[in-house]
Design a protein around this ligand. Structure first.
Ligand code: SF4
Length: 62
């Protein structure tokens, strides 16, 4: 499983990092980036929660 963030869609709310800090972090431009590829099995659930919670649907987990 892999996560991607659409940088143009991210509004820097930080929700994904709050929900799943082992997969997402904010970069120097305050945009969410994915730290791990592929997503370790133990973090897949929170990555999907972050995908569902993102207010702009910037996260795709597949
Ligand atoms: S939840 Fe979505 S909009 Fe908010 S920081 Fe994460 S990717 Fe960006």
């Amino acid at each position: 499983m892999k996560a991607t963030v659409d940088r143009d869609a991210c509004i820097s709310c930080g929700l994904c990092v709050s929900i799943c800090p082992d997969v997402f972090e904010m970069d120097d431009e305050d945009i969410s980036v994915v730290k791990v590829d592929p997503i370790p099995a133990e973090f897949e659930e929170c990555a999907k929660e972050a995908e569902d919670a993102c207010p702009t649907n910037a996260i795709i987990v597949e």
